[in-house]
Design a protein around this ligand. Structure first.
Ligand SMILES: *Cc1c(COP(=O)(O)O)cnc(C)c1O
Length: 399
């Protein structure tokens, strides 16, 4: 079940196999780092030429005639479909870091009588740094615990928790946290949630609406393949919007930006969460990149992602036993995101060695080898090749 011919059989039966054509992958490369920077979708080059032509030929009129001004709302809704958000609640802009700052501050302002932010000890560094900064700014206290202990922490801190800040997938271990369950626990304590969807959007079948999520942010250059530095996005549940007071009150979040009024009046719609002029060049690349998801259901995408992970684990069990590897990611499909992390004392050297075999993953200190699976362009044969390369690289000296 872990042979190359079995991998080929799985590829032949794969309903998503055809999606690989929607990407421009370098020939011969096994790309297992799409959870860090997604591969280039095939339509991006033409789209970039197109926005250049609009700019060159239409000049300032592009803002209106080519729809640049409203593009963040339109593309936001396209991402909304992939994260289970009904239209009108998602908008693109800036980086995840900026959006995290904005969303967390907004969330804390929804609970002005509470002082605690419950955060994940193992959160992505930018989230941790910014959470601490927001706390300093607003006079809040950050209580960081491992995500698995959120329930106990909420029971202990109860009505003092303003915000629960979390991610559905641990970026190091790939462990999954249940969006609906944590959100419900936060709500039971009267807190609001801010989720970082960077490692979930485009990979997992989530629904922020169905889970009752309050606010969420994410980047679009990982599983969404929007390109390096592609604009991030923010989701704000419609039920909260009228009460929100986001801190970065740029002119494009104004109810009537082109009135150039002296006083601030927030937009009633999702423009309320815009800041400044949209990054049209990178937003156009992202818009084209999202075409790769056209006609695909996130249920199918998640199913293949988890199957690729299961196949990776099975191949590692069969071919890497006794070679110093430990599986860091949970084995059970429902507890995993779309990545598998192995630890090995020579992690950095092994990743260099893999590159020589045309296999790209990444290393997270101190000893973690991280492999991400984007089922739109990763095949079972790719997985098999990656594990067999690791086997070659760890061949015992006397063999
Ligand atoms: C990649 C990632 C980020 C990146 O933030 P940027 O501001 O877009 O650089 C933030 N949070 C998480 C969880 C990430 O995985």
């Amino acid at each position: 079940m872990t042979s190359r011919s079995h991998a080929q059989e799985l590829d032949r039966a794969d309903p998503l196999g055809g999606a690989r054509k929607r990407f421009d992958l370098p020939p011969g490369v096994v790309y297992l780092d799409g959870n860090s920077l997604g591969a280039a979708p095939a339509g991006v080059a033409d789209a970039l030429a197109g926005i250049h032509r609009q700019w060159r030929d239409h000049l300032i009129k592009g803002w209106t005639d080519d729809g640049w001004l409203t593009a963040p709302l339109r593309v936001g809704d396209r991402i909304g479909r992939l994260i289970g958000a009904a239209p009108g609640q998602t908008v693109t802009g800036d980086s995840t870091s900026v959006q995290w700052f904005n969303a967390l501050t907004t969330a804390a302002r929804l609970r002005p009588d509470r002082r605690i932010v419950l955060a994940d000890t193992d959160a992505f560094p930018t989230d941790r740094y910014l959470t601490d900064s927001v706390a300093r700014l607003l006079g809040l206290e950050v209580r960081a615990v491992p995500a698995g202990r959120f329930g106990a922490a909420l029971a202990e801190l109860g009505e003092r928790v303003a915000v629960v800040a979390a991610s559905p997938v641990d970026f190091r271990t790939g462990e999954r946290l249940d969006l609906a369950e944590v959100t419900a626990a936060a709500h039971a304590a009267g807190a609001v949630t801010v989720w970082d969807l960077c490692h979930a959007a485009g990979a997992l079948d989530i629904s922020v609406d169905a889970a009752g999520v309050d606010l969420a942010v994410g980047c679009s250059y990982k599983f969404l393949s929007g390109g390096p530095g592609a604009p991030a996005y923010v989701y704000v549940a419609e039920r909260h919007r009228a009460a929100t007071d986001q801190p970065l009150t740029g002119w494009l979040s104004h109810a009537a930006p082109f009135d150039m009024a002296a006083g601030y009046r927030p937009a009633a719609d999702m423009s309320r969460f815009r800041i400044g002029a949209p990054h049209m060049l990178s937003l156009t690349a992202l818009d084209a990149a999202l075409d790769a998801f056209d006609g695909l259901s996130m249920a199918d995408v998640q199913a293949k992602n988890l199957a690729l992970g299961a196949f990776f684990i099975a191949c590692a069990d069969a071919h890497l036993a006794g070679r110093g590897f430990d599986l860091v990611t949970p084995r059970e499909g429902h507890r995993r995101g779309s990545q598998v992390t192995l630890s090995h004392p020579r992690a950095a050297a092994l990743m260099d060695g893999l590159a020589a075999h045309g296999v790209i993953g990444d290393v997270r200190p101190p000893a973690l080898l991280r492999f991400g699976f984007n089922s739109l362009y990763v095949s079972y044969t790719d997985i098999h090749r990656a594990v067999m390369a690791l086997r070659l690289l760890t061949e015992p000296a006397d063999a």
